[in-house]
Design a protein around this ligand. Structure first.
Ligand SMILES: CC(C)(COP(=O)(O)OP(=O)(O)OC[C@H]1O[C@@H](n2cnc3c(N)ncnc32)[C@H](O)[C@@H]1OP(=O)(O)O)[C@@H](O)C(=O)NCCC(=O)NCCS
Length: 176
């Protein structure tokens, strides 16, 4: 089903599709009654201003130095993205987002695997997820991550609204 989906590095020009993918998935993922996060709160985040698109272009050009971005493409259209960063103590998965219509078809796993390969096995890998994001938490657990008891963080949106984050970790074999 995902045979025609390719995992690749993004190229200049992909930034507009990356921005709209992130806007779509943030709206479907983080609007939340309990934490009073509405559409307007999510849209207080800058997804697609000229400045933001220029940041993406810069990241695409320097991709693979300390930070890594891979995208999933279906017929040249960006349908998923995953980012990773090499850090001093533990490496990090930044963001992973797959367009709703393409979720649960193995695309997330392919993206995550590519980023984990790029990070290498010398350090454990951490990430954060919204505490109410069962979909993502299930996904990470299925891919070997475990939930850490502490610390507990908050994600603050540009307009001041907050939601809780949990931290998860992938213990690499060389660290066991
Ligand atoms: C989390 C996400 C990246 C996973 O990508 P994906 O392509 O759907 O994942 P895969 O197909 O590789 O893996 C599927 C597994 O993910 C989890 N999952 C995905 N969608 C789910 C859902 N709607 N409900 C529960 N679990 C779900 C399950 O463990 C599932 O395995 P299963 O189908 O055997 O139950 C994707 O669902 C997504 O983009 N979600 C919205 C954005 C998001 O939450 N990003 C994470 C930010 S921390």
């Amino acid at each position: 089903m995902t045979a025609n989906i390719k995992i690749t590095k993004p190229v200049l020009g992909d930034e507009n599709e990356i921005a709209s993918l992130l806007k779509e998935t943030w709206l479907t993922t983080y609007v939340n009654k309990k934490y009073r996060i509405g559409k307007k709160d999510i849209l207080s985040k800058d997804f697609d201003s000229k400045k933001k698109l220029a940041k993406w272009r810069k990241a695409i050009v320097s991709n693979g130095k300390c930070d890594y971005i891979c995208v999933a493409k279906s017929d040249k259209k960006v349908i998923g993205i995953c980012t990773a960063k090499k850090e001093k103590v533990k490496n990090k998965i930044g963001a992973i987002y797959v367009l709703t219509a393409y979720q649960r078809k193995g695309v997330g796993k392919k993206l995550l695997t590519r980023c984990v390969q790029w990070l290498g096995a010398d350090k454990d890998i951490k990430l954060r997820a919204a505490s109410f994001n069962r979909k993502a938490i299930n996904f990470y657990v299925k891919n070997g991550f475990s939930i850490l008891d502490k610390p507990f963080y908050y994600k603050e949106l540009p307009n001041g609204k907050k939601f809780p984050l949990i931290e998860m970790e992938l213990i690499q074999k060389s660290q066991k």
